[in-house]
Design a protein around this ligand. Structure first.
Ligand SMILES: [Zn+2]
Length: 279
């Protein structure tokens, strides 16, 4: 894949260590170091080309995105864990990712999704929106949708109503600072709902996004095989619905190409959730 192109490009750039009359290597700049540096550059070029190629080549080999559901900006609630089901057919799933953006892991998730032409919804924490605004904006620019997932991921059931509303206000403000509009959707941390928060979200026309199935992906020791087995079992049980995963979780980010292959191999179709533009 693109081997000849890469080689041609690499040759076109003069290598610093082959420059005629170049000064003798600085301490630490051994031939091995320079070779490693060159390899890293080639790897970067390969990665860039792979991204371009897959984005341009969404076809039958990819998981793809079958259709989009555009929800109204209203205080509705979806996800059979706690609420009504989304209007999904058997075999249709919605991909959702919580707790990011994570500079270490979210880029891997975005790459895996782009490689499979699959669109997802990210539920971001306000505290991470403030530290990684560009990564959050990248999620939108790559065609995904984005909501909030609290500010600091507290157990809301253990907070006073004032503290709960304060966490919501801070997360909404972080979202508005980064994206310029109000968040259309909210996912409760630990899926722990409170009457105070449900009221506030309804009044603000923010959709509550619960889940239909998950893969319990929060244990650092989880392997790709274990996560794939859990996804398999959850899909066999639910048959459709909103899937909860965590883009901030290292094992999930690493496993995602395999998890998306599980979906593809089992014949599942990806439905993308969007919301109407803010008024
Ligand atoms: Zn979470």
């Amino acid at each position: 894949m693109h081997g000849p192109t890469i080689k041609r490009m690499a040759r076109r750039h003069p290598r610093p260590d082959h420059r005629p009359g170049a000064a003798s290597p600085r301490p630490g700049r051994t031939p091995t170091y320079r070779r490693q540096k060159r390899m890293r550059l080639i790897a970067l070029l390969l990665a860039a080309f792979a991204g371009t190629a897959s984005a341009a080549a969404c076809g039958p080999d990819q998981l793809n995105t079958e259709r989009t559901i555009t929800l109204k900006r209203e205080g509705a609630a979806y996800g059979t864990n706690q609420h009504a089901a989304l209007p999904l057919q058997p075999g249709e799933v919605v991909l959702t990712f919580d707790d990011g953006p994570s500079p270490e892991n979210t880029p891997l998730v975005l790459k895996a999704l782009a490689d499979q032409c699959a669109k997802a919804t990210f539920f971001l924490e306000g505290q991470h929106l403030r530290t990684s605004p560009d990564l959050a904006r990248r999620e939108i620019s790559e065609g995904h949708s984005v909501g909030i997932h609290s500010d600091t991921h507290p157990h809301l059931t253990q907070l006073s109503p004032e503290q709960q509303l304060d966490d919501l206000a801070r997360a909404r403000a972080a979202y508005k600072t980064v994206f310029g509009v109000e968040t259309p959707a909210y996912r409760f941390p630990f899926l722990e709902e409170t009457p105070t928060m449900l009221d506030a979200l309804k009044q603000a026309n923010i959709t509550v996004a619960s889940i239909d199935l998950g893969i319990n992906d929060w244990i650092p020791e989880d392997t790709t095989d274990i996560l794939a087995q859990r996804l398999n079992a959850s899909l066999d049980k639910a048959g459709r619905g909103i899937i909860l995963m965590h883009d901030a979780n290292g094992p999930t980010a690493k496993a995602l190409p395999t998890l998306l292959k599980v979906l593809k191999d089992k014949g599942y179709k990806v439905v993308h959730l969007e919301w109407e533009p803010a008024p």
